[in-house]
Write a new protein. Structure first.
Length: 522
């Protein structure tokens, strides 16, 4: 007759799955909901033929409701518990269900009873039941005294008198059962706007009657619209986490809370004016287990253009196959010069930060295709400018491939000139289902996917070859050089990670063949 599971419900009757698998051990109290009663459920394999009564006891700790600006509260220590001895047949409501091999029992948790106070003879005055102490105005979000409540519930079986002593002795190890239960107030977050500033992407939100400043966020999706109606998810995988900047509900200024998604949370930063098709941010708090599914900030918006500093200008200084050099100026369109200017090739992930008036060198331009340079300015106070662009004439095309480390101190560029072969494999991000016995794609996820490639070439690594000499050591260092830029004919330019470098030696031709395997990462 052991108790095999225990949980909570707002209802006296459970679904079949809840009876078979156990009632939930975590209950949420969402914003806008209120429940008059909270029920404790437990399951056994036998009924009143074995159990005469149950001793039910509960103890608890809690996190007090946080008011704005007074600091976050943590868990209290466990309070002395309440306990009641309840008749199994008349007070614990045994029930069965078709197909379920066992009994479900329930009691109103809020009505549990006598205050124990470490003294079984002490009887507390009225007004000390579980509900009167924890939720006197009902189990509701707005009525709550506490943000979170953890309850340790324990049950001991009192056996029927006619069970023989030998059986009782065998059942003694199974007559007690305990379970930790969690009640969680669940706020409703509402997206109030998205803006781009120097620190990253600022997300503003509201959360009625919720003021914890230690709430954690996790970026799950940040999908921006594309001209072809597909979406591009800019969120890194796995999701990036952080703590909010400010809670919602400041009575002196605005009800809007704020969190900042740093550049590290994105595969590339969204630009002012880009439309967000889907934003999903998972919210949690340090006092709850990290895996607790709690609340979400979700919605669609445009990335706000808070252009409060001058839009920069770009002037071409020089361009060749190895670099494009531009000078940074200002348009004076906002009468507020930027403190820093961020410059990159359009679509590239390597942004170069320089001061106003400086020249910036952009290495490894695309070859054989038009070049676009982009720039925007920022101020130390968080302002951001509009986007400046510069079109650069296409550089001469090539029939070779180069791979250059982004950090020049980690290795030298290599040029693959002889007997070059390039092999690329691309895979979309999609889900495949089987319909009518045939596999079909059910969904594509924007422009996401993976691209990996292998590039091989012959090199002449003897100094006697003169200008054609190429040391294989430069290729070998690519394996440890970190991120690289791969360029090829027709404007091919890829930001890649080198996965491996191999070599083979042809003793007949007296040349070495180098093989570089890469994966595109941006």
């Amino acid at each position: 007759m052991p108790v095999v599971s225990m949980g909570m419900s707002w209802l006296t009757s459970l679904t079949y799955d809840e009876m078979a698998n156990g009632a939930p051990t975590t209950l949420f109290v969402p914003h806008g909901e209120v429940h008059n009663d909270l029920y404790l459920h437990w399951h056994t394999y036998t009924g009143t033929d074995w159990a005469k009564a149950f001793n039910v006891s509960v103890a608890w700790r809690y996190v007090p409701k946080t008011a704005y600006g007074i600091g976050d509260t943590g868990w209290t220590t466990y309070a002395d518990g309440l306990w009641s001895q309840l008749d199994a047949a008349t007070e614990c409501h045994p029930s069965t269900s078709d197909g379920f091999s066992g009994y479900d029992w329930w009691v109103n948790l809020g009505n549990l009873g006598e205050y124990r106070n470490n003294d079984p003879d002490y009887m507390a005055p009225s007004g000390t039941s579980v509900q009167q102490q924890l939720a006197p105005n009902g189990w509701g979000f707005s009525q709550r005294k506490y943000d979170f409540i953890e309850i340790k519930a324990a049950i001991r079986v009192i056996w029927q008198d006619d069970i023989d002593e030998a059986t009782l002795e065998a059942m003694r190890p199974y007559e007690r059962f305990s379970q930790t239960l969690l009640l969680v107030a669940q706020p409703k977050y509402t997206l109030a706007g998205v803006q781009y500033d120097a620190r990253g992407v600022v997300v503003n939100f509201t959360a009625t009657d919720w003021h914890r400043s230690d709430d954690r966020w996790g970026l799950n999706e940040f999908i921006v619209a594309k001209e072809d109606l597909t979406g591009e998810d800019l969120a890194v995988t796995p999701g990036y986490y952080g703590t909010i900047d400010k809670p919602a509900g400041d009575p002196l200024t605005t009800d809007t809370g704020r969190l900042t998604l740093p550049p590290e949370a994105f595969t590339r930063l969204p630009l002012p004016g880009e439309a967000i098709q889907k934003l999903r941010i998972r919210m949690n708090t340090p006092v709850l287990p990290i895996e607790t599914e709690w609340a979400w900030i979700e919605g669609i918006a445009d990335v706000g253009d808070s252009a409060v500093c001058d839009t920069p200008t770009l002037t071409l200084v020089s361009s060749d196959a190895d670099r494009v050099v531009v000078e940074v100026g200002t348009t004076h369109d906002k009468d507020n010069p930027p403190d820093a200017v961020h410059v990159a090739f359009a679509g590239a992930s390597e942004w170069h930060v320089v001061a106003l008036g400086d020249e910036v060198t952009l290495p490894c331009p695309p070859l054989g295709a038009p070049i676009t340079v982009q720039a925007y300015g920022t101020t130390d106070e968080g302002g951001v400018s509009g986007i400046a662009t510069l079109e650069v004439a296409a550089l001469p095309d090539v029939d070779w491939i180069t791979i250059a480390p982004v950090d020049a101190s980690t290795g030298d560029p290599v040029r693959m000139r002889f007997n070059v072969k390039s092999d690329w494999t691309r895979s979309p991000e999609m889900t495949v289902v089987k319909l009518s016995g045939r596999e079909r794609e059910s969904a594509f996820y924007g422009e996401g996917g993976t691209a990996s490639g292998t590039v091989t070439c012959d090199i002449l690594d003897r100094s006697s070859y003169g200008d054609l000499y190429q040391p294989r050591a430069a290729f070998e260092r690519l394996a440890y050089a970190g991120p690289c830029v791969l360029r090829g004919p027709d404007g091919e330019r890829r930001y890649v990670a080198v996965e491996s470098v191999g070599e083979s030696w042809d003793t007949v031709r007296h040349v070495k063949t180098m093989k570089v395997s890469v994966r595109e990462v941006s």
